[in-house]
Design a protein around this ligand. Sequence first.
Ligand SMILES: [Zn+2]
Length: 78
Amino acid sequence: MIKNNNINTCAWIGQGEGCSLECLPGKSYCAHHYEQVYQKGTALRKRHKDLRVANSVWDIEQLMHEAVEQLIEEGFDL
Ligand SMILES: [Zn+2]
């Protein structure tokens, strides 16, 4: 079997079954296996995203407090 060098095939070995699908551009794996290989990294990124969301919620809360304080300073009757 002649390997087609014009197409980068998935580097997935798995349990020996291999994979002959085309790689994602600039990656060593096809879309399916890229996902599997980088699952851990994805979970980490997701956690970072959650932290970012938590931070932005905190920022909104801070802004709310600041806005309320400003209203009080301006004599707004809460
Ligand atoms: Zn694959």
